[in-house]
Design a protein around this ligand. Structure first.
Ligand code: PHE
Length: 339
């Protein structure tokens, strides 16, 4: 009975005190357990009555414990102990926005999907063969230096360069992967991250994104390349955009051309983004070199194709008049919220 009194009088307003209650009464080392242990010392005729009393005591203790837990929980809900004020205005939701590079990528895909381009993906870690050799870069050829490469694993001898492991320097490697497993007609976009060992500045980064396009079929000519990219530029940058093609060199295309569009920042008048020329380069392109087709087991007598590769950062900078490439990766919400 004395224990019952103690149980009933016990006050708990904190979690610590609940623990005290547990160890004193209901826990493994508490009095109730100790009393149960004494059962064996009770005379047989009294044992039943003792056991019943003890069970009652246990029930009382458990009931009290439940009450205490509820009381402590209710208290910690609001520091005043009152229910929350339902008339308070809610905390506003803050919505995120879609990253500008993702928006540009989606727009590029949309434009090319309508003229029949599918999408192909491959890994960012490549071997030298798919990034260079199969694309008609001979071993030790200076053209390899056009793209400063991050190597992951280099083979010791020069004759084995094809199996060096690297981070792809362009998405052209995906062309090879695609043509190895699919035969013409091929009309596909290859989108993804590429890496170059370059100092980070307003105009260059060691990581950026490219969209590659590849079209291989019978009778594909340079006129098809020109018209496709002309169509793209008008759709992406508006009807007044002008496009020009400058002769260029890539080992995997012949002939090759660089593609410029009117600088949208100064509308062709001249600014520091276009270096006062009025034009901004957006892509490299050309007719797929016969060696590249042959390396992938495609008959270069029967089929021809064109390819182009453009930087998503560059297109986005032009479209939204962004002057510093680093903004894309800094994750400053003041920048990101504007899109
Ligand atoms: N891969 C080239 C680059 O990254 C671009 C390119 C792609 C040029 C396809 C021609 C054809 O510079």
């Amino acid at each position: 009975n004395q224990i019952i009194e103690e149980i009933k009088d016990f006050q708990a307003d904190t979690k610590e005190k609940l623990e005290v209650f547990k160890s004193k009464f209901t826990g493994k080392k508490g009095v109730i357990t100790a009393l149960f242990d004494q059962m064996k010392n009770i005379a047989a005729e009294n044992r039943k009555a003792f056991g019943q009393e003890l069970n009652k005591l246990k029930d009382i203790a458990q009931e009290k414990f439940k009450e205490l837990v509820e009381a402590v929980e209710a208290k910690s809900e609001g520091s005043s102990g009152k229910p929350n004020d339902l008339t308070l205005p809610p905390i506003p939701h803050t919505l995120g926005s879609i990253h500008p590079l993702v928006q540009t990528r989606a727009r590029i895909v949309e434009i090319f999907e309508r003229i029949g381009f599918t999408q192909t993906e491959a890994t960012e870690i490549e071997d030298d063969y798919h990034n260079f050799t199969a694309l008609n870069f001979p071993p030790n050829h200076p053209a390899r230096e056009m793209q400063d490469t991050f190597f992951i694993e280099k083979k010791k001898s020069d004759s084995e360069t094809s199996s060096d492991i690297l981070l792809r320097t362009h998405t052209s490697s995906v062309q090879i992967r695609l043509m190895e497993k699919q035969k013409p007609p091929i009309r596909s976009l290859m989108i993804g991250r590429v890496y170059r060992n370059e100092a980070i500045s307003a105009r260059a980064h060691c990581l950026f994104h490219q969209v590659e396009g590849l079209y291989v079929d019978e009778n594909v000519g340079f006129a098809d390349l020109k018209q496709t990219l002309y169509h793209f530029a008008k759709e992406m940058f508006g009807k007044d955009t002008k496009v020009r093609y400058r002769p260029s060199y890539f080992p995997f295309t012949e002939p090759s051309a660089e593609i410029d569009v009117t600088c949208l920042i100064c509308k062709g008048k001249g600014c520091n983004v276009c270096k006062y020329s009025g034009w901004v380069e957006i892509a490299g392109s050309g007719m797929v070199h016969p060696n590249v087709l042959e390396n992938c087991g495609i008959d270069s007598e029967k089929y021809t194709g064109f390819a182009f590769g453009m930087g998503i950062e560059r297109v986005t900078m032009l479209k939204y008049q962004i002057k510093d490439l680093r903004l894309f990766t800094e994750n400053d919400v003041r920048f990101l919220r504007q899109f």
